[in-house]
Design a protein around this ligand. Structure first.
Ligand code: IPM
Ligand code: MG
Length: 357
């Protein structure tokens, strides 16, 4: 079959890690007889430098015309310490989420047997942990109006806004994941303090009645932050608002042992976007040392979204094999550390000619 894939490498290590996922996609295409038509487009600081806009209209069109989008990372330190910068790379990511209607970010957290000992948490705590964070992605304090500064610049403000519709659609999606998994849903909020959280809880308590096969529980975000680390195995699907989800999903990555291993999918109204959960890691850019696995696993999620289930399983197996064979980058290496590009080559080779790896 033919598929159109938008490729947005972005900044920092983005281009290097995306290149490895593309090697893997090409190998999948060759092995299973699919053609992936790749269209590259700039995003983030790269797009500001080229076109003055972190999410240019031309890039949006590429996304709208694709069956799925593979995204690397954005962010460049030259913008980080300039509070007056008019346009920031991160705005590109937020604009993309908003314009593509990507209201849900799905972040699965699983452990890899060969890496359990890499987690800073005790083995018996993390072994077997397997849950999904469903993060609301286009609402809340990231987008609410008004936001800004007073004229004297001495006061700054952001606004957290949620409508019933926004809460309703993300909860429905979270319930659909819970139904397919172990039928437990944890709704994370701060309903003891925030009005938006109380609305979340109200909507969830009503919806809970129509999902009798799913066990719903409610947890304040501070408590969830603690339980996630202490008893990660008790979670199945966790759903939460934008900023809580941002924080909790980074926290959850610790369970796996490296931020370089976790993929994500952003889904909603238009084309879905698949990206690693880590950032652009500018210190490593161009050094061929970044871990490409999170992006390769994002490509596996991309294949699943196209209903290429066998192909996705083959990619996951190749990743497991590479971890077993210790063909890994320096963040998780114990003996020899492989380069980013070597890991990508190995994975592609393993898919096409396993006997040679
Ligand atoms: C993420 C990132 C982004 C976010 C930043 C880069 C704007 O941390 O995708 O989790 O906060 O959503
Ligand atoms: Mg984040």
């Amino acid at each position: 079959m033919d598929f159109k894939i938008g490729v947005l490498p972005g900044d920092g290590i983005g281009p290097e890690i995306v290149e490895q996922a593309i090697k893997v996609l090409k190998a999948v295409g060759e092995k299973y007889n699919h053609s992936f038509e790749l269209t590259y487009a700039p995003v983030g600081a790269t797009a500001i430098d080229q076109l003055g806009d972190p999410y240019p209209e031309s890039t949006h069109e590429v996304c709208m015309n694709s069956d799925a989008v593979l995204f690397g990372a954005i962010g460049d330190p030259k913008y980080d310490n300039d509070p007056k910068a008019k346009v920031r790379p991160e705005q590109g990511l937020l604009a993309m989420r908003k314009k593509l209607g990507l209201y849900a970010n799905i972040r699965p957290v699983t452990t890899f047997q060969s890496l359990i000992h890499k987690s800073p948490l005790r083995q018996d705590i993390v072994e077997g942990a397997d849950f999904v964070v469903v993060r609301e992605l286009t609402g809340g304090i990231y987008f609410g109006q008004p936001r800004g500064r007073t004229e004297d610049l001495k006061t700054a403000f952001d606004t957290c806004v949620y409508t019933v519709e926004e809460i309703d659609r993300i909860l429905k999606l979270a319930y659909s994941y819970a139904e397919k998994r172990n039928k437990r849903l944890t709704v994370v909020d701060k309903a003891n303090v925030l009005g938006t959280s109380r609305l979340w809880r109200e909507v969830a308590q009503e919806m809970e009645k129509s999902y009798t096969d799913v066990e719903t529980d409610y947890m304040f975000v501070d408590n969830a932050a603690m339980q996630l680390i202490q008893w990660p195995k008790k979670f199945d699907v966790m759903v939460t608002e934008n900023m809580f989800g941002d924080i909790l999903s980074d926290e959850a990555s610790v369970i796996t042992g490296s931020l370089g291993l976790l993929p994500s999918a952003s889904v909603g109204t238009h084309t879905s976007v698949f990206e690693p959960i880590h950032g652009s890691y500018p210190q490593a850019a161009g050094k061929d040392i970044a871990n490409p696995i999170a992006t390769v696993l994002s490509a596996a999620m991309l294949l699943e979204s196209l209903d290429l289930l066998e192909e996705a399983a083959a990619v996951r197996k190749a990743v497991d094999d590479s971890l077993e064979a210790k063909v890994v980058t320096e963040d998780i290496a114990e003996g020899k550390a492989y380069k980013t590009s070597e890991v990508g080559d190995w994975l592609a080779q393993n898919l096409l000619e396993p006997s040679l790896t």
